[in-house]
Structure formats: structure tokens, C-alpha cells
Design a protein around this ligand. Structure first.
Ligand SMILES: [Fe+2]
Length: 509
């Protein structure tokens, strides 16, 4: 009679025979990656783990503007390796929170990992124990069967202050609450929602600055794929929640929230679910880009009532929306779109190649696009707003859900995956301004901070974290949001590097 382990090994072999390429999702050997790389691989510092946690007064070059007082929180993957093994994607690591506190005498820096159960258990064991979205757990099928149920949150995508507390989010889970000063992890949180309500959260919640509401979506993957919509009122209580079945088994990262509508762009990046379920292939290696199916835009009233409308349109992969708003009878939604997510999916994809020291092949650039949907019409108009090689769009958050004029983005040079410049685009005039940090320097999402609450849109500063491969250290650059080309007003110099970081949020003092 077979033991359970023998049965799983046997059924794993059968499943592997039926699912080609399943061996591709096993952990990499750390021995195959040289931290920081060589002179011809300047970007590899972004794929190098930062296991240390720090707390110090950072040196400042230049002058911090007198009005810039408050705290920038950032989140992103900080640890890619453990026990001689390594994750397969740059977009897969334990969540590392950074805190830059701007006060009257300088800037205090602190970084700390989110102490998720996954991190705590793996740190104690000295090795990876669980599968993650790009990489199976070591140990074969025994440790990976029914994979999605074994994937634990790494709380490593976004970080938001809310109601005096701080929360770190992953892609498809509950957030973790942190101490806003010490960054100590307080534990997983349901954000005050009763346990009988089955909520799940993606990373990109949206604050409406006028109503004070906080809106979230989440995707529940199971036999069916369900969309969770959640809205908190300004006083922090749950305002509404609805679950809707989706017509596609789709991987989604961000969405759109306007004054009166919400919208999801169901791009044709589908998850072939049997590989992860059987534990023979990661979710990343189960993503399939099917452009022939086009996009479906799902539009719903912002009170989550009524039947969702579906609008077919051309295929376009999206990581991040810019903003959405109504103008007259039109719903307008701006985003960075890709004709093909070949930086993520397929052989040689740049986000994966970097984990073994490679650059990956040239990828399809992210462009600035706009959807326009006229009320009562069945058709979507799609308009290219700006060509380039963009990602990480941010706006002046005071204008979210309403018409905005400016967007700040990271821009990469042609054929580069990583971004070396910050660019502002004026959506009214089309005018662009830009600052390039130069060869071997790589910048991240530009967080806009208004000079004060009363100034016009765009009057303020832009904060971007820059990895400088020449020093193998990172810095936080402070630029005038209206005069990017003048370069940084100040540089907050870190004593070490910070790997690839995703998203930040500013909390004024
Ligand atoms: Fe994101």
C-alpha cells in the first residue's frame, strides 16, 4: 500500500506528464546569482536582498524644503533568498517597509520586515517553507499540493496609513497592521470587519479625498473567480461589501475608482489554475497572455449596486491605473498599458531574468492610455495619450476620482526594463518635463506631496527612491514637482542599498 507521500510523488509525476514545463517553478540556486552583479549588470542591486534592519538619522545633501514635514512610507520585496535558494521573480519577496520621517532637524530612516507568519517561520527554519506566487516550495509535490491554499501573505506591495494606524497589503489576502513609528508588526487585520463577512483585499485601495471613503477590490481564486468590492466610510466603519463572479480567471493588480463608478480592466492575462492547484507549477508560470480575447472593462456604480456592465475592447495589460473620473456623460480612465506583458510572462521575461543575473529580452513598453466610455453607449474609445516607456504613475492625490491635469511617472530608456528618469505629463497641454538620474541609476514610483492643502494641483514635491549602482547605495530624491528638470533639491542618503521597491504613501504631519 502506498504512503501519502508516495501517492503524492506518483500523482505528481502523472500531473507533470500532463502539464508540460512544470519543473520551471522550482526555487533557483542562490549560488547562481552574484549580489550587485558586475560592471555590465548595474541593475542587479535591485535584485539583491537587504536582510538588515536599520534605524538612523540619514545624511542629507542639499536642502529639504521647509514645508516638507511628515512621513513617507514605502513597501516592496526585501528578501529574495534563504537557505541557499532564491525566488524566481523580482516581484516576489518578503515585504520590507521603509519609513522616512521628515522633521525640523533632518530625516530619520527606518526599515523593517513585516513579520508575517511566513517570514517568522522561515526565519526560524533558515529555509523557505512555503510556495509563493512565482516559486514552488522546496520539497516537491508534498509541500506544494493545493498550491493556492498554501500561499501565505508576504504583505509586500503597498502600505497605507488609515485611522491612525498603518497597514501593509499583499495581492490577495488580509493586510497586516504595523506600528506607524517602530514598524513593529501588530498582526493580520480584518480592518474592523466582522469575521462572518468573507473579505479579501488586493494591494491597491483608493482614497476619495472629498468623501473620505476608502475603496478596495480583491480577487478570490477558487473553483470560480470572485471579485470582492469593499468600501469603508470616512469614520472607518464598513460602508458596503459585494461579491461578484468574474467571467475570466484573470490576474489583476489595480483598478479604477471615479466619483460615481468603479471599473476593472479584465485584460486577457489568465491563470491556468490546475498547475498551481496540483502543486506542480507556480501561479506566475501558469499565466497565459491571450490577446485574441481582448479586454473586458467591467463597470459598476460606486455604490456597488446593479448589474455590472461589460465593454469589450483591444487587449492591453495594465499594472497601474492613473485615475478615473466622469466628465459630462463620459467615464474617463487613464492607465499605463502594454500591448504585451512580455516583461512578466514568457521565456526571458525581464522581471524573471534579472534573478539569475540576466537582463532579459527587450520588452514592450508601457504607454499612457485613456479609455472613454459614453453613458448609454456599448463602445469604448481608446486613446494613446503619450508614448514612452513608462510605469509607476502617480497623481496629486487631492484630485483622485475627479478630473486631474498632471501625472508623474517613471520613464525608462528604450529597450531598458528599469527606469532612470522621472517625468511629468500635463494632460491638458501634452507638455512633458523630465529629470534623468543617469546611467546606472534607477528610480522608483514618484510620490507627490502638495506644498500645503490649499495650493493648486501639482504645486509641491516629488519623492523618488533611487538606487545608484556606482555606490551600491540608495537615496531618496526630493524634486520640485513643477520643475523636475532642475534636478533634486535634496538627496536623503542611505547607508546601504534598497532592493526594488513598489509603492509609497505620504502622511503629512
Ligand atoms: Fe502596484
Amino acid at each position: 500500500m502506498m504512503t501519502r507521500r508516495e501517492f503524492l510523488a506518483c500523482s505528481g509525476s502523472t500531473a507533470c506528464a500532463l502539464l508540460s514545463g512544470c519543473a520551471a517553478s522550482t526555487p533557483l540556486s542562490k549560488a547562481g546569482f552574484r549580489d550587485f552583479g558586475g560592471p555590465d549588470q548595474p541593475y542587479l542591486g535591485l535584485a539583491t536582498s537587504l536582510p538588515e534592519e536599520y534605524d538612523y538619522a540619514a545624511e542629507v545633501e542639499g536642502v529639504i524644503p521647509a514645508g516638507l514635514r511628515g512621513t513617507l512610507f514605502r513597501n516592496g520585496p526585501g528578501l529574495f533568498d534563504r537557505g541557499g535558494l532564491r525566488k524566481r521573480s523580482l516581484l516576489d519577496g518578503d515585504g520590507l517597509i521603509q519609513r522616512f520621517h521628515f522633521h525640523d532637524h533632518g530625516v530619520r530612516f527606518r526599515n523593517r520586515f513585516v513579520a508575517t507568519p511566513k517570514l517568522v517561520e522561515e526565519a526560524a527554519a533558515g529555509r523557505f517553507l512555503y510556495p509563493t506566487w512565482s516559486t514552488l516550495a522546496p520539497g516537491g509535490l508534498w509541500n506544494n499540493f493545493w498550491g493556492p491554499g498554501r500561499i501565505h501573505s508576504q504583505a509586500g506591495v503597498t502600505v497605507f496609513p488609515w485611522q491612525g494606524r498603518l497597514y501593509a497589503f499583499d495581492e490577495s489576502s488580509l493586510p497586516f497592521e504595523l506600528d506607524p513609528v517602530t514598524l513593529e508588526t501588530r498582526g493580520e487585520s480584518r480592518l474592523g470587519i466582522a469575521s462572518e463577512i468573507p473579505v479579501i483585499f488586493a494591494a491597491h485601495g483608493k482614497f476619495d479625498p472629498l468623501t473620505g471613503e476608502w475603496l478596495h477590490f480583491g480577487i478570490q481564486y477558487g473553483r470560480r473567480v470572485s471579485l470582492h468590492l469593499t468600501c469603508f466610510a470616512a469614520n472607518g466603519t464598513l460602508s458596503r461589501h459585494r461579491i461578484i463572479d468574474l467571467p475570466r480567471y484573470v490576474y489583476l493588480h489595480d483598478w479604477f475608482v471615479a466619483k460615481s463608478h468603479v471599473m476593472l480592466s479584465l485584460h486577457p492575462l489568465e491563470v491556468e489554475v490546475w498547475g498551481p492547484l496540483l502543486g506542480v507549477r507556480s501561479i506566475l508560470d501558469s499565466l497565459r497572455w491571450r490577446p485574441e480575447q481582448g479586454n473586458l472593462l467591467l463597470v459598476l456604480a460606486r455604490d456597488f449596486s446593479g448589474v455590472p456592465l461589460l465593454f469589450p475592447t483591444e487587449p492591453s495589460f495594465m499594472w497601474h491605473s492613473v485615475n478615473a473620473f466622469e466628465r459630462g456623460d463620459e467615464l474617463i480612465a487613464d492607465f499605463v498599458g502594454y500591448a504585451d506583458p512580455d516583461h512578466l510572462v514568457g521565456p526571458g521575461a525581464a522581471a524573471n531574468a534579472v534573478m539569475t543575473g540576466g537582463k532579459g529580452r527587450g520588452h514592450t513598453p508601457g504607454q499612457l492610455w485613456r479609455y472613454r466610455i459614453e453613458s448609454g453607449q456599448k463602445r469604448v474609445a481608446r486613446e494613446l495619450l503619450a508614448t514612452g516607456n513608462f510605469e509607476w504613475p502617480r497623481i496629486d492625490e487631492r484630485g483622485r476620482c475627479r478630473p486631474n491635469r498632471f501625472v508623474w511617472l517613471c520613464a525608462a530608456n528604450p529597450d531598458e526594463f528599469f527606469w532612470s528618469a522621472i517625468q511629468r505629463i500635463d494632460l491638458q497641454s501634452g507638455q512633458r518635463t523630465r529629470y534623468d538620474f543617469g546611467a546606472g541609476c534607477y528610480c522608483g514610483e514618484p510620490v507627490f506631496v502638495p506644498r500645503n492643502s490649499a495650493v493648486p494641483e501639482g504645486n509641491g514635491w516629488v519623492l523618488t527612491e533611487v538606487y545608484d549602482s556606482r555606490t551600491r547605495k540608495s537615496l531618496l530624491a526630493v524634486l520640485d514637482g513643477e520643475r523636475l528638470a532642475d534636478g533634486p533639491l535634496a538627496r536623503v542618503m542611505l547607508r546601504h542599498h534598497v532592493p526594488f521597491s513598489y509603492h509609497g504613501w505620504w502622511l503629512g504631519s
